[in-house]
Ligand binder design. Structure first.
Ligand SMILES: [Zn+2]
Ligand SMILES: [Zn+2]
Ligand SMILES: [Zn+2]
Length: 323
């Protein structure tokens, strides 16, 4: 029977309707062969054209400005519009964070490279938030063509914008309301609940818990929450970075081995510094969204979602032993 579920943080609804399709097994992807390194890959080191434009670099990772940015620094933008046609400066930054090794994937990244990658994310977020024009900065990673990655060489992106994204605004509002009513962080309560009943739990380690989201919008949507209450991802320590890399590595290996390297996005939601003081009620986290289905009219017409896989079954499937 279809099941209407609400994301307790954002208030968004989803219909979990597994009868419409599918068992988790139905999403196993065709095996594809990894391509060889292209001779003219722009991201490869040291000869790729992008490498020459780097603005930050450590041993295994470097950062460049996006060649076709969605957000641009102030001196390059204009305003237009009117009462009926509001338009604003698409003010901000758009950067690409590139792993130097073309052949690695997140499921086989070493501990040290995870640490470097997460450390670079932290440093770039701090850099962007130091700019008073930046309201929000998003770290995201696109893996595969269906997830929007146009270049195969592994890379993440960081956006910094002068407007608050509506998804994040809903999370901030919902978690603030919950805190007002209960004097507790809603994410801390979720960590406890998911660890308690374990229905959707996939993995945990000393610092993190990973579970399939209760009101998942997409099949195999996974949330990774830190066990320790902290609103700002940029504040996590080296040992927490290592444990985050550890749990992410396990998740991507499970996705790879159980559904054959699906395309996916992940992104980090962290407290924006210019929204009052969300440090009591907001709790940074990471969301992983495999891209196994296409959006239909319902999703576009309502901005709510129908998920055709039960999150409980998805969790069970991901943590089951390989067969
Ligand atoms: Zn490359
Ligand atoms: Zn919390
Ligand atoms: Zn979130």
């Amino acid at each position: 029977m279809p099941n209407l579920r609400q994301n307790i943080i954002t208030g968004d609804w989803v219909v979990i309707a597994p009868e419409r399709a599918k068992r988790p097994e139905d999403f196993v992807q065709e095996k594809t062969l990894k391509k060889d390194v292209l001779k003219d890959c722009p991201f490869c080191v040291p000869n790729g054209s992008a490498y020459k434009t780097r603005i930050a670099e450590i041993e295994d990772v470097y950062v460049i400005p996006n060649q076709f940015p969605a957000f641009v620094p102030e001196d390059a933008v204009y305003e237009q519009g009117g009462a009926l046609y509001p338009a604003f400066k698409s003010l901000g930054y758009h950067e690409v964070v590139i792993l130097k090794d073309h052949k690695v994937d997140l499921e086989n990244l070493s501990k040290n490279v995870w640490d470097e990658l997460l450390y670079i994310y932290q440093k770039r977020l701090q850099f962007h938030y130091a700019n008073p024009a930046v309201e929000y900065s998003l770290v995201m990673h696109n893996h595969g063509e269906n997830a929007g990655a146009s270049i195969e060489h592994p890379h993440s992106q960081i956006l910094a914008t002068s407007v608050m994204p509506s998804y994040v605004a809903k999370e901030l509002l919902g978690s603030k309301d919950y805190f007002k009513k209960n004097q507790r962080c809603i994410f801390c309560d979720l960590v406890k609940a998911e660890l308690g009943h374990q229905e959707r739990l996939i993995f945990e380690n000393d610092d993190f818990v990973a579970f399939c989201a209760y009101a998942a919008r997409f099949p195999f949507e996974i949330w990774v929450l830190p066990k320790k209450h902290l609103s700002d991802f940029a504040q996590i320590s080296k040992s927490e970075r290592l444990n985050l890399g550890e749990i992410l590595g396990r998740i991507f290996r499970a996705l790879n081995s159980k559904i054959n390297d699906p395309d996916y996005n992940f992104f980090i939601h962290t407290a924006p510094p210019r929204q009052g003081n969300p440090s009591d009620y907001y709790h940074w986290h990471l969301e992983i969204v495999p891209r196994l289905t296409k959006l239909g009219g319902f999703e576009l017409g309502t901005s709510d979602f129908i998920d055709v896989v039960s999150p409980e079954k998805a969790a069970f499937f991901l943590k089951s032993k390989p067969h």
